[in-house]
Design a protein around this ligand. Sequence first.
Ligand code: HEM
Length: 433
Amino acid sequence: MTDTADTSADLHKKEKVASDEAIWAPGGPVEDWTTDYDIRDEDYVNDPVPIWAEMREKCPIAHTDRLGGSWNPTRFDDIRAMAKMVPELSSRQVLVMPPPPGQEEQSRYEQQIAAAPITADPPIHDWTRRMLLPAFAPRAVLAYEEYTTELAHSLIDGFIENGQCDGAKDYAEQIPPRVIAHMIGVDPGMADQFVIWVNGVLGEGLNDPELRLKTRDELLGFIGAEVQSRMEDPKEDLLTQLLFMELDHPEANITPEVVIGITNLLIVAGIDTTWSSIGSALWHLGTNPSDLERLRNEPDLMPIAVEEFLRYYAPVTMARVADADVEIGDVCIHAGDKVLMNFPAANHDPEHFENPDEFIIDRARNRHVAFGSGPHRCAGSNLARLEMTAALTAWIERIPEFHVSDREPMKWAGGQVRGPRIMPMSFPPGEKR
Ligand code: HEM
C-alpha cells in the first residue's frame, strides 16, 4: 500500500462525511407535509400553525427522511404520552440533526452529561435535575427580579429617544444572556459572546456542523476555565454551589465535567428560549394594537397574557432518539429513530384548546405545554416567566405605543427554537429616565 492510498478506516470516514453532507444539504421544496416535512422550510419557520393543522388532520404523527429522518407528532395526547416514555425515548440526543463529525463517537455517558439534565436519562437525569431545582424555585428566582427590571429599563434608555429599534436584537436578545451571566456568576460583558455561541449551537449551527463543533469547543473551553477558577477560588455564585454541592442521592457523582455540562445547558437553554418568547410577545403586540391596548389599560392581565404568549408562540421543540421499538397510535417508532417533541404543535390541538389558532389574551383555560411535559419539564420556567413579565412590563410602561415597521424585513429563526431574530420597531420618541 502506498502512503497516499486510503485505509479502510479512511474510506469509511470519507463515506460518512459524504453521507453527513447529504443530510445537512438543504432539501428541495416540501411536496407533502405528512411524509416529507422540513423544519427548516421557510413556510414552516415563518408560520407553522396552519402546517401543524394540516398534519394533525391528515397524519398526526408525520414522518420525513430529511435531516437523517424523524417523526413529528402534532397531537397533544401523543406528545404528552411520548414525553413520559422514558427511557425508551432517550434524551441523549435532543437535536434532530445528527451529531457533528467527531461527536458521534461519544460514549452514552458523555452524551448524557453533555447538557444534563436535558440530555440525560435515568438515573443521571434524576440527580442532575435535583441539583438545579432549588436555584429555580419560585422564591429563589425572585432574587433576579430587580436586576431584570433595571436591565430592561437601561436597554430602553439606549434607544427610546430614537423612536425606533430592533426589538429582537436591541431588546429581547439582550435580557436572558445578562440574567444568566449574573446568575451563574460570570462577567455580564460576556452576554454578546453568549448570543454568538447560542447561535452557533442552535441557530446557524444547526445547518453547519463545522460551526457547531467550533462553537462547542469555544463554549466548553470558556466554561471549563470558569469551573477551574471556582475550584481554586470558590465564590458566592451558582457555579460554585453546583461544584461543591452535596446531594443526598445514591447515584450522584458530581464531577467538574457534570457541572460543565449543566452550565452549558443553562447558557444554551436559558438564552434563546426566553429571548424568543420575549420577542414573539413583542411581535404580537406590535402587530395587534387591540391586545396592546388591553395590556396598557389592564396591567393586571399580564400573568394571563404571558401564558397565552407562551401557548401560542411556544418556542421549543426538543427531540428524542428511540432506544427500543415504541408503538404510538398506529405508528411504530423503531429503535434508532428520532422523534421531535413538538410541544408548540400540541398547544394548537383543538381537542385541548378552544379556538386554538386564535390568540385570546385573557384565555381562561390554558394548560399549555410550552415548558414541556413529564420528567424533563423545564426547570427554568419560573425564571422564564419572571423575565418575560419584567421585559414586557417595562416596555409597555415606557413605550406604550409601538408597531412592527417595514423598515427592513422581519426574520424568524425556526428549527427547534422559534422566535424573531430581526424585528424593526417604531414608536413615538420618548425620554431617558
Ligand atoms: C420561555 C422560555 C423557555 C421555554 C419555552 C423553555 C422550554 C423548555 C422545554 C420545552 C423543555 C423540555 C425539553 C424536553 O422535554 O426535552 C425545557 C427543559 C429545560 N429548561 Fe427550559 N425553557 C425556557 C427557559 C428556560 C430558562 C430561562 C432556563 C434556565 C436558565 C431553562 C432551563 C431548562 C432546563 C434545565 C431544562 C431541562 C429539564 C430536565 O431535563 O429535567 N429553561 N425547557
